[in-house]
Design a protein around this ligand. Structure first.
Ligand code: PMP
Length: 399
């Protein structure tokens, strides 16, 4: 029996174009925020009648909501293959998760990060050694090794993306985890652009921390995750101070011992967590089919782009480097903003243009002050969308 693929809401929603017509939206901006899965909508709808307080209420609806919230945590744990005793902390998004980790690292920790990171992973650290974007994956390993080896005695942390939000290229995170551990360091992986496309098993890969965002994983905005080793998180001051983070308050305050309670002060985003967990549970059984489908579509997109003489794809490691469904490009003679606006206004195609919150990386790839167009795909993308984008770009480059 062929299992139906998960479906998103609004994959072909009508949008206006310049001549007053409406056309089905061709969404090529999944890497920024993905549309919501139908299964996520259903899970939230099922939860709403029991919408109630978590953790402190004694009423039946509170108990249902509390256990749904804690079940959501377990669903995320299993989606990430996180160790039973790891912390799974709900945050607002990846940015919040990385900032929580930066807050929790022990004083004096040496942090090593590549300049090619998204700003969310590049900027939160008080002090970090920044490595230039490596010319090859092997160079990523040797540069990380050298940098970690020369860190002063004390805790060490390597921060790296699993898949680039600019080029879609996959980073060798398993090998980088070996390099980190060989040097007595931990590794934190920004999985924001990996988990919407591929499964990730933290335990098998040896990852100490993983961060991602619900809104890129076919769930609504406002919920993300930091998962990983509990010790630094349990020892740190609460990220936010208030109810929930405190175990007892008198002359002095005793903070909650668990990493989750300590760093989830205040009423949590329960529906966000449930939605995110529903997305995890929907994607997990479908990975093989989803990945195969995405490969076909990415191939169609990239070979179509390669046939357009004025279009140049951005790549760090060459056009054959493995990647997820994210392709950025420039168009000779056009600035990226005009390409993006023309695609939207004339063809109902939504792409992103700019430097994608990765300024040092885009500068490395394109030179000073240049922007690119990014087309990213996902579960609602089909052949018609891709062909429409290619036809529109062919018309635009012929002008
Ligand atoms: N890391 C990567 C690789 C990203 O692509 C993004 C989102 N563009 C982020 C981090 C930040 O995610 P958020 O905006 O959800 O915090």
């Amino acid at each position: 029996r062929v299992r139906p693929l998960p479906r998103v809401i609004g994959a072909d929603v009508p949008v206006p174009v310049r001549d007053g017509r409406h056309v089905p939206y061709a969404n090529f901006d999944y890497a920024a925020s993905a549309p919501c899965l139908e299964a996520v909508h259903e899970a939230v709808t099922r939860a709403l009648p029991y919408y109630s307080s978590v953790h402190r209420g004694a009423g039946y609806a509170s108990q249902v909501t509390t256990s749904a919230y804690e079940d959501a945590r377990e669903a995320v744990r299993s989606f990430l293959g996180a160790w039973r005793r790891s912390a799974v902390v709900f945050t607002r998004n990846t940015t919040d998760a990385m900032n929580l980790l930066a807050h929790a690292v022990p004083a004096g920790t040496s942090v090593v990060v590549f300049e090619s990171e998204h700003h969310a992973s590049l900027l939160p650290w008080k002090r970090a050694v920044r490595l230039p974007a490596p010319a090859t994956p092997a160079e990523a390993l040797s540069a990380a090794d050298r940098a970690l080896r020369s860190c002063p005695i004390g805790s060490r942390l390597l921060v790296v993306t699993a898949a680039s939000n600019v080029t879609g290229e996959l980073w060798p995170i398993e090998e980088l985890a070996h390099v980190a551990h060989r040097n007595g360091a931990r590794i934190a992986v920004d999985a924001a652009q990996l988990v919407p496309h591929r499964p990730l098993d933290m335990t098998a890969l040896g990852l100490d921390y993983v961060a991602f965002s619900g809104h890129k994983l076919y769930a609504p905005f406002g919920a993300g995750v930091l998962a990983g080793r509990a010790d630094w998180l349990r020892a740190a001051e609460p990220y936010l101070k208030g109810g929930g983070a405190s175990a007892s308050v008198g002359e002095t305050t005793r903070w909650a011992p668990s990493a989750e309670q300590r760093h989830e002060a205040g009423s949590p985003n329960v529906l966000g967590a449930l939605a995110l967990a529903a997305a995890c549970e929907t994607l997990s059984p479908a990975w093989d089919d989803l990945a195969a489908r995405e490969e076909e579509l990415v191939e169609r997109l990239r070979s179509g782009l390669a046939a357009l003489p004025r279009v140049r794809e951005l790549t760090l490691w060459g056009e054959r480097a493995p990647r997820v469904g994210i392709v950025s490009f420039t168009v000779d003679g056009w600035n990226a903003r005009d390409v993006a606006l023309t695609l939207s206004e004339e063809h109902g195609i939504g792409v992103r243009d700019g430097k994608f919150c990765a300024h040092p990386f885009v500068r490395h790839l394109l030179g000073e002050d240049r922007s690119a167009v990014r087309a990213s795909i996902g579960i609602g993308t089909d052949e018609e969308h891709i062909d429409r984008l290619l036809t529109a770009l062919a018309a635009l480059t012929a002008r």
